[in-house]
Design a protein around this ligand. Structure first.
Ligand code: SAH
Ligand code: SF4
Length: 381
């Protein structure tokens, strides 16, 4: 018989919340420490395999709780070894997680989503065209990293120097600073030294520029900051990134100057998507240098990844190189980001597109076969 009532998932609870749950089932709150180790250092999902926990407590845990991961609908590995997981959450919503190995394939970053879709409608971003948007909860955010570790067999938590999944970038679907509480809870769990133990120096949070939340994120989490800048004038930036109307460049750059913990050793990354004829001239590059004057900055130039219906083209390689050279001549790092995993549609701005496309083609197949899908009746031929 299958049990349809879901038990509380212990993943995603803060340490204090986990201790409170232990209190609620009559266990001493300090038991939470032991449990934390099993959940986040060992990656154990079966209470009965948590051998340092008494049989009585194991049974009590199993009666009330579960340890769940988001459901992996599909796992794809690119020819360049980038790996992508298409996830289905308990309400049927989907999101994607990507692992991007370094060139030497000894380390790499897990790119995590913070929302299903995004409310921000940046014109060049496929995620922004998705109508349905909701925040991911802390369990769904932490769970993305955990299932990536499951997939690479990296439990118990390996030594920092031997981890393949060494870094985290909050650069998947969604705007992390519009889901701050869940993202903060999740990152604190991921950083906890008695569990997964990813150092704040190995975590980068990317924001489109939610100015009022930046100082808090810096003070409370201390992670590296990346800004999706993408334009150097308010006129162009507001056109391609509507959030700029709310928080224009002057305020954004001031918030960058105030970001706690930024230093020459820990620079703020400015992401800049190269859009042909829109933001890619040498005058733009010079203005970019003027904007960041005095800031500990580095740049990441992203060749635009097109998607069906997008209104932009990627700048020519010659123009991107000239843009990069001009910035690097002034002593800044400005690599051109290599598109990784494009054969499995895991590249920047392509997330979610594949699952949607799959749905379309499945629907078309079914329509052709005269089956129809759950929502659409097939007209009689
Ligand atoms: N919402 C956050 C986190 C997403 S990070 C943010 O915008 O910062 C994803 C990065 O990919 C962002 O810098 C985003 O601007 C960039 N991006 C979006 N669409 C893209 C596309 N089609 N091609 C290249 N980069 C894109
Ligand atoms: Fe949202 Fe970032 Fe895409 Fe803009 S670029 S729509 S903020 S995910």
């Amino acid at each position: 018989m299958s049990d349809t009532t879901q038990k509380t998932n212990l993943i995603g609870l803060s340490r204090a919340e986990l201790a409170a749950e232990m209190g609620a089932i009559g266990e001493k709150p300090f038991r939470a420490k032991q449990l934390w180790h099993w959940l986040y250092n060992r990656g154990e999902t079966d209470f009965f395999k948590m051998t340092s926990i008494s049989k009585v407590m194991q049974a009590r845990l199993a009666e009330h709780y579960e340890v769940r991961r988001p459901l992996v609908e599909r796992e794809l590995t690119s020819v360049d070894t980038t790996r992508k997981w298409l996830l289905k959450f308990e309400d049927g919503n989907e999101a994607e997680t990507v692992y991007i190995p370094d060139e030497d394939e000894q380390r790499g970053a897990v790119c995590i989503s913070s929302q299903v879709g995004c409310t921000l409608t940046c014109k060049f971003c496929h995620t922004g065209t998705q109508l349905l948007v909701r925040n991911l909860n802390a369990a769904e955010i932490v769970g993305q990293f955990m299932l990536a570790r499951d997939s690479y067999g990296e439990w118990p938590t390996p030594d920092d120097s031997t981890r393949l999944l060494s870094n985290i970038v909050m650069m998947g679907m969604g705007e992390p600073l519009y889901n701050y509480d869940n993202v903060a809870t999740a990152l604190k769990i991921l950083m906890d030294g008695e569990g997964i133990g990813i150092s704040k120096r190995r975590i980068t949070l990317s924001t489109s520029g939610v100015v009022p939340m930046m100082a808090r994120a810096g003070a409370e989490l201390g992670v590296n900051l990346a800004i999706s800048l993408h334009a150097v004038t308010d006129e162009v930036r507001s056109r391609i990134m509507p959030i700029n109307k709310k928080y224009p460049l002057k305020e954004l750059m001031a918030a960058c100057r105030d970001y706690p913990g930024a230093s020459n050793a820990r620079r703020i990354t400015f992401e800049y998507v190269m859009l042909k004829g829109v933001n890619d001239s040498l005058a733009d590059a010079r203005e970019l240098l003027r904007l960041v004057k005095g800031l500990p900055a580095k740049f990441n130039l992203i060749p635009f990844n097109p998607w069906p219906g997008s209104e932009f083209e990627c700048s020519g390689m010659k123009d991107i190189r000239a843009f990069s050279d001009l910035i690097q001549d002034q002593g800044y790092s400005a690599p051109i980001r290599k598109s990784r995993g494009s054969d499995i549609l895991a590249a920047c701005g392509q997330l979610r597109s594949e699952s949607q496309r799959q749905k379309c083609s499945r629907l078309n197949e079914r329509l052709a076969a005269g089956i129809g899908d759950d929502h659409h009746a097939v007209p009689a031929a």
